[in-house]
Write a protein that binds this ligand. Structure first.
Ligand code: NOJ
Length: 752
């Protein structure tokens, strides 16, 4: 039997290949030498990032570049323009300091991978890393050397539009994928060609925006902040991330961009971060709008004091830092520290050695390999939520006709999702195209868009849709949200399928023919109103450039679905926040202990329903849980073992289970390990993901999957906000979702 070794601890991707440009003994003297020659104005220039935007000729910026007033530009993507900007900075400014050129390369540059939430559904760090390599190479060949990704905000609210950009609700999964993505962008320690600097954002707490409304206030206890929201950022730093971006949001009364606790105490003192911190877009000046400062000058003071090294797209630093230093409110040492952080990144990237880009030295845009990676990522990201009676996979040989209906079936732009500034919709292969080429002329494909957009409220196309569906052997309904309905500032209060899509489903259902829904969306949706009206559901997120072929392969059984949910799907919006690793409460609900509002008798006694933590109209379970996802085969989990009943603190131990493919087709499975610390000095979640592994099993094949953990990986922040591992009993489960039932127990004991 094959034994897989367990996951390494978070941060396992610590860069290991030595890069002389990162060698502190060489870099630090270069920074000091440069700083000693810089005027205050030149230093403040390094702390200022300018929106160069499309269409700005280098001339527009030339004077400021020559005078050393710009340290970084963003949003220029023409390699000729960028090379010219770099040339002016290097050859015509007094000290020749090259530029950081930033861009939102979030899930691909020209070739688009699934949205980050879709990438998270792959539970495949290696693939996420490969996707970031593709993105880095394509972006680098345009002259970009810094991406504003990955976004590491733990997101437990599907109303929040930016959940699309996140890796979902779990800090451990987010940490693992963050490390992988950072290594993909930055290469082995920036040493590979085409590497670009990454930026872990938004520090911190942004994902907890009240009611999922973007930019809204966050109020997070320090314990929750440390145990959940900060963990991925800590992992990113361990993985060597070059930069961090502050959050727009207010955290416990102090907006993140002016938050010394975050930017000094946590980031510099506790985590020893030596890269630099950039504000979010104009978020320095927004400190005034938050109500923290009186004017731009005070905002510059608050942000610089808190530890924001570079201001993005605002002018509070360029206008006011000099006066603040001259007045003695900011010291030159404070300014020097910020500039050193920025210069360190420029040295590490090798920009002082060569700031020019030669696209010919990098792989072609949308190369075969890039498209293969996008296709594989899309394939592994799709989660099969329902498959009644094994309706899927469809057997092409048994079909005479297929109806393809819906606004997302042939929407090359919409399938790319949010944040695709440089994505090329011409490269997109849609499901309609891919199914057509897969089926060839043997099966008749009847296509009707039926709705202009996913939001359409007009049902004019529905009669024809019903007719086509009624005449076909099976209907594939391509539903969801257009890309503009998620992403920054695109939150929704109602997360049902928008427009009249639910009605379309119900009308098609009445034909009595089999119906499969393929849903593309930027967030978990409430599918309660359609789930019983379809036979199968593939949830495909926004799958990117190669979404079509991936979906076609899954529908027709070329490959089995293997994506698993990175975020819980609620039954209804009122359940939010609902996530798998909740606390137990003093009155936990239980199966059978729940009554539905319709069953309540009038004048029923107050105490007659068990008095536990559930909603009368929604119960307490989600529609689909974190980690859930069906397959065309069936996996059986058996024989869970722990290496020792007791492990002393400071040691490692392992947990394993035998996973068997007892179905008829080869398939991937994501094996998940969950732990619970049932008694602790602060209450702990009912389950926490502590390991996962994507495996592939042939029919009849079994594998022992083993996870090795250090006792430190069971640590949490306690009452005094120190990280500690407490001895005592733990529960463990291994299975294919957060509802895994195969469990065991073990103990951690004090070391001798
Ligand atoms: C604002 C967004 O919040 C941030 O994530 C992005 O990187 C910047 N704008 C730059 O476009």
């Amino acid at each position: 039997m094959l034994v897989l070794c367990g996951l390494l601890p978070t941060g396992y991707m610590n860069a290991s290949i030595p890069n002389p440009l990162k060698d502190a003994s060489r870099v630090e003297p270069r920074i000091s030498a440069l700083l000693s020659q810089m005027t205050l104005a030149e230093k403040i220039g390094q702390m200022s990032q300018v929106n160069a935007g499309e269409g700005y000729a280098p001339d527009y910026l030339a004077e400021d570049l020559r005078a050393g007033r710009i340290g970084s530009v963003l949003n220029v993507v023409d390699v000729g323009v960028i090379n010219e900007l770099q040339r002016i900075a290097v050859e015509e400014s007094r000290l020749g300091i090259p530029l950081l050129v930033g861009r939102d390369v979030i899930h691909g540059f020209n070739t688009i991978m699934p949205i980050p939430l879709g990438l998270a559904a792959t539970w495949n760090p290696g693939l996420v890393q490969q996707g970031a390599v593709v993105a880095a190479h394509e972006a680098a060949s345009a002259g970009i050397n810094w991406t504003f990704a990955p976004m590491l905000d733990v997101s437990r609210d599907p109303r929040w539009g930016r959940i699309a950009e996140s890796f979902g609700e779990d800090a451990f999964l987010t940490s693992q994928l963050a490390s992988a993505m950072i290594q993909g962008f930055q290469g082995e320690n920036f040493s590979s060609p085409g590497s670009i600097a990454a930026c872990a954002k938004h520090f911190a707490g942004y994902g907890a925006a009240e009611s999922g409304r973007d930019y809204a206030t966050t109020d997070i206890s320090e314990n929750e902040l440390r145990n959940v929201h900060l963990r991925p950022f800590n992992a990113a730093i361990k993985a060597g991330v070059a930069t961090l971006m502050t959050s727009f949001s207010d955290l416990n009364g102090v907006p993140a961009t002016g938050n010394e606790f975050l930017l000094r105490q946590i980031l510099r003192e506790e985590w020893s971060f030596d890269g630099f911190v950039v504000s979010d877009w104009d978020s320095v000046r927004q400190l005034q709008v938050h109500g923290l400062t009186e004017n731009d000058k005070e905002s510059a003071f608050a942000a610089a004091t808190a530890g924001v090294d570079m201001e993005m797209a605002g002018d509070a630093y360029s206008k006011h830092l000099a006066a603040l230093v001259e007045e003695g409110r900011l010291s030159v040492e404070q300014i020097d520290a910020a500039v050193a952080n920025i210069l360190r990144t420029k040295f590490r990237l090798g920009l002082f050695e060569n700031a020019q880009t030669d696209p010919a030295s990098l792989p072609d845009i949308a190369s075969g390999q890039a498209l293969d990676t996008a296709r594989k990522a899309a394939l592994q990201s799709v989660v099969m939520l329902k498959n009644d009676g094994g309706i899927l996979p469809l057997s092409a040989g048994k079909l005479a006709s297929v109806a393809i209906i819906g606004p997302m079936a042939d929407a090359p732009y919409e399938q790319l999702g949010t944040w695709i500034f440089d994505g090329d919709e011409q490269l997109s292969v849609t499901p309609l195209q891919a199914i057509g080429s897969l089926l060839g002329s043997d099966v008749e494909v009847r296509y009707l868009r039926a709705m202009e957009t996913s939001r359409s409220k007009a049902d004019e196309g529905f009669d024809e849709a019903v007719e086509i569906a009624g005449d076909s052997d099976v209907t594939l309904l391509f539903l969801g949200e257009e890309s503009i309905l998620s992403g920054e500032a695109h939150s929704r209060a109602d997360i049902n399928l928008p427009g009249d899509q639910a009605e379309l489903v119900q009308r098609i259902r009445r034909t009595g023919k089999p119906v499969i829904a393929v849903i593309m969306a930027g967030r978990p949706l409430t599918l309660t109103n359609i789930v019983n009206h379809v036979d199968g559901i593939l949830f495909a997120w926004h799958p990117g450039t190669m979404g079509g072929p991936a979906i076609a392969d899954l529908l027709f059984g070329i490959e089995s679905p293997s994506g698993k949910l990175p975020a819980t799907f609620p039954r209804m919006v009122g359940q939010i926040p609902i996530y798998y690793n909740q606390k137990n409460t003093g009155k936990p609900p239980f199966p059978g202990g729940v009554i539905h509002i319709d069953e309540i008798k009038t004048r029923a006694p107050q105490t007659s329903f068990g008095m536990t933590a559930f909603h009368l109209d929604a119960g307490y379970t989600p529609l689909f849980s974190f980690g859930y996802g069906l397959s065309y085969t069936r996996f059986e989990y058996q024989d869970i073992r722990v290496s020792a009943p007791e492990t002393p603190l400071g040691d490692t131990f392992s947990l394993s289970a035998t996973v068997s493919n007892v179905g008829k087709v080869a398939a991937d499975e994501v094996v998940q390990l969950y732990l619970r610390d049932p008694v602790a000095s602060v209450t702990r979640p009912v389950r926490e993901l502590k390991g996962f592994r994507r495996i592939r099993l042939e029919p009849g094949q079994s594998m022992v999957v083993e996870f090795t953990l250090h006792t430190d990986e069971l640590a949490f922040y306690g009452r005094d906000m120190r990280l500690l591992t407490e001895p005592g009993k733990f529960h463990a489960w291994i299975g294919g979702s957060s509802e895994a039932s195969l469990g065991t127990q073990f103990r951690l004991i004090e070391a001798d």
